[in-house]
Design a protein around this ligand. Structure first.
Ligand code: SF4
Length: 174
């Protein structure tokens, strides 16, 4: 059963929490896109999986709502008192997510992580070329307009774990 295979893969990839949800539980908010622009994120307009290049809210919603179920996953990492471990923490999350993607590679799922698509060393959007792998493009929760903080609260997941430890959220749709 697909659900069981996904959960096994999540457990094998070293995540700290997961919650099973319906796609109707996803929380999208235009304010998330505004915040990407206002915070001058380096991926804004420079990555095909991030706004505004990822499409409008309806396109982003449709990409996820075509699936019936989702499993939100969380990896809790130590950022350090002054964010000195930020890069190491990010690598730790990427490693777990890459492992999960590998295990689910042949499954009919959509895995969305954090940040823009990292398939290419440099996204083709930067130079205005077409996406090199449109069928394999990787989307993120935030870059798709999801309010991660509200969702973590709704499903009682750990956002701030204390002692400089924060949750990093991702999702598998199926
Ligand atoms: S596959 Fe490459 S070009 Fe396409 S969105 Fe990802 S990084 Fe950008």
């Amino acid at each position: 059963m697909l659900r069981d295979e996904i959960i096994k893969a999540i457990e094998e990839s070293g995540f700290d929490e997961y919650r099973e949800i319906s796609s109707s539980d996803l929380i999208f908010d235009e304010a998330v896109f505004s915040s990407c622009a206002e915070n001058k994120c380096g991926n804004y307009g420079r990555n095909y999986s991030c706004p505004p290049l990822s499409g409008d809210m309806e396109e982003n919603k449709a990409r996820f709502l075509k699936f019936e179920h989702g499993i939100i996953i969380n990896k809790i990492v130590d950022y350090g008192e002054f964010y000195e471990n930020y890069a190491t923490a990010g690598k730790e999350v990427e490693k777990a997510l890459d492992h999960l993607r590998k295990l689910l590679d042949d499954k009919p799922v959509l895995v969305a992580g954090a940040g823009g698509c990292r398939m290419c060393k440099e996204c083709a959007a930067i130079t205005g070329e077409p996406c090199r792998f449109p069928d394999k493009r990787r989307y993120s929760m935030e870059g798709s307009g999801m309010d991660i903080v509200k969702m973590s609260m709704k499903f009682n997941m750990t956002y701030n774990a204390g002692n400089n430890r924060l949750g990093f959220f991702m999702i598998v749709m199926y």
